[in-house]
Design a protein around this ligand. Structure first.
Ligand code: ADP
Length: 495
């Protein structure tokens, strides 16, 4: 053992150590404190000597420190103690160390206290604990399922939302791999290859991207999830953090929408094909019909004294050819409307004279008496041929759908800058359920009814009125009769 001057050496140790050291009288009065303690608590020796140690201890730690110290003094043992000192500028210094007691002849003389300053450690431990707490809150309460796996695919983190989405509890899943649980069998190989590729090259095609893919529920059902994976390098290797949500409902809606769109597209194509067929067929039929009509009329004109049966038959052929022509024109109108080619040639019309003239010519072909009960003065801008077509159609319908009745009432009047024209019959009427469907093309209330027709007259009429800036509607009581209306914007109001 070298010859040491203990006093000097211990003084050197006392003054130069980083440990916080002080000596207390039995009542707690500070006898001596080393420079490390003074420096850490930002005091001068003169500030503390003679003061009680409890003046420098945080209130939360006083009681425990007192008890420990009493135990040390009474039982002559060295105790590990944690304490928080308060610095001169009110900061906390956490110390962890030992308190011991010196005795002479069994009498306690003073306590010696040696502490390490663990403030920084505790602060960073606290920060870690707090951030872990925050992370836990995020993992348990967040809206997404969060799964963390290591590079061996083992599941390390599986939050409650993941339990809910996949049906596996944390206990069931922990330590398992994704490939044996939630990755559908058809993707497992690709997933493993992808992982190996990443570990070799650092590239992963779905890393840091958001993708919609399918996953496997515990019950074996495959469903759509929205997934984004991030990767982070830790001491123990790569970690992969996946955020995902169940989007099966959204996918179902999307798929239904796509299906609906496809169906719509299909029916649009069919509609177009139908329109094209109607257009071609009516054009093609027109020539033979015109020829039949021409030859019928020629024969009627050429021979004055045809046998009356033959003449009647020819007149009937002529009449039905006209009907056929009307139907063909209606069909052509439908395809024109759909192709947006129903061109109107508008001019100024004095409706006050136009209406009775039109009704007079219709009266030639309709058995019912057409009564014009009200006829307003009105000037409108319209295509006279198309307008006549609408009026003819409405009056013909009124007659057709009121068999056994003998009157059709027509009125025209003005209402808020509009001309209104109405056609009332006392026929079969229309059930409320059917009212809104009448104007759809090819719609007929009773397909198998005794009334002939295509179900396009009202559709074409309403389109014509619409293209004049007007409206068409109907009021009806089943079994009592109907009133069809159209409105047109008034050009000039003549009074
Ligand atoms: P169509 O008369 O050739 O069937 P429309 O388009 O003119 O075609 O009429 C569509 C349907 O509306 C008719 O089939 C008929 O059921 C109903 N309808 C039209 N006008 C009347 C009316 N005045 N009274 C009762 N029903 C009518």
């Amino acid at each position: 053992m070298p010859d040491l001057n203990f006093d000097n050496h211990f003084r050197d140790l006392f003054e130069n150590t980083h440990d916080l050291i002080y000596f207390l009288k039995i009542d707690g009065e500070i006898e001596l404190a080393n420079p490390a303690w003074l420096h850490t608590l930002k005091y001068q020796l003169a500030d503390v000597v003679g003061k009680n140690i409890y003046d420098f201890i945080h209130p939360d730690y006083k009681e425990k420190y007192r008890k420990n110290r009493a135990d040390v003094i009474e039982n002559n043992k060295v105790k590990s103690v944690e304490v928080a000192f308060v610095t001169s500028d009110n900061e906390l210094v956490i110390g962890e160390g030992q308190v011991g007691c010196s005795y002479i002849d069994g009498e306690p003389q003073y306590t010696r206290c040696v502490f390490k300053n663990t403030t920084e450690n505790q602060r960073s431990e606290k920060m870690v604990r707090e951030s872990e707490k925050r992370l836990k809150v995020f993992l348990t309460r967040g809206p997404d399922a969060v799964i963390i796996i290591n590079e061996y695919q083992e599941i390390l983190e599986w939050n409650p939302k993941a339990e809910e989405i996949f049906g596996f509890s944390q206990e069931e899943i922990s330590g398992k791999t994704l490939t044996e649980t939630i990755i559908p069998p058809q993707y497992r190989e690709a997933h493993l290859k992808g992982m190996q590729h990443f570990l070799k090259t650092g590239n992963g095609p779905i890393l840091n991207k958001t993708v919609d893919i399918t996953a496997l529920h515990k019950n074996g059902n495959e469903f759509y999830i929205n997934l984004s994976i991030s990767n982070v390098k830790m001491d123990e290797g790569w970690l992969f953090i996946a955020f995902l949500s169940d989007i099966s409902e959204r996918k179902k809606t999307e798929e239904a929408l796509i299906k609906k769109e496809a169906e719509l597209m299909q029916s649009k194509i069919l509609e177009e094909e139908k329109d094209q067929f109607i257009s071609i067929a009516s054009h093609e039929l027109r020539t033979p019909i015109t020829t039949i009509k021409a030859y019928t009329q020629l024969t009627l004109e050429m021979f004055d004294n045809l046998p009356s049966d033959l003449q009647n038959n020819l007149i009937k052929i002529d009449h039905y050819t006209d009907k056929l022509n009307v139907l063909l024109n209606e069909l052509l109108d439908v395809s024109k409307i759909n192709l947006g080619k129903l061109n109107l040639t508008k001019s100024e019309i004095n409706f006050h004279t136009f209406l009775p003239e039109t009704l007079n010519s219709i009266q030639q072909i309709v058995k019912h008496q057409i009564i014009l009960e009200e006829n307003t003065e009105a000037i409108i801008i319209a295509d006279p041929i198309r307008l006549e077509q609408v009026i003819t159609n409405l009056v013909s319908n009124s007659a057709k759908y009121s068999p056994g009745k003998d009157r059709i009432i027509v009125r025209s009047y003005k209402e808020k800058n509009q001309l209104i024209c109405s056609f009332t019959d006392f026929g079969i009427g229309i059930a409320p359920d059917n009212i809104n469907k009448l104007f759809k093309r090819f719609y007929r209330v009773d397909q198998s009814s005794k009334f002939s027709g295509f179900g396009i007259g009202l559709y074409v009429s309403r389109e014509i009125i619409k293209q004049h800036g007007g409206k068409m509607w109907v009021e009806s009581i089943e079994g009592e009769g109907s009133t069809f209306y159209f409105s047109l914007p008034l050009q000039k109001v003549s009074t």
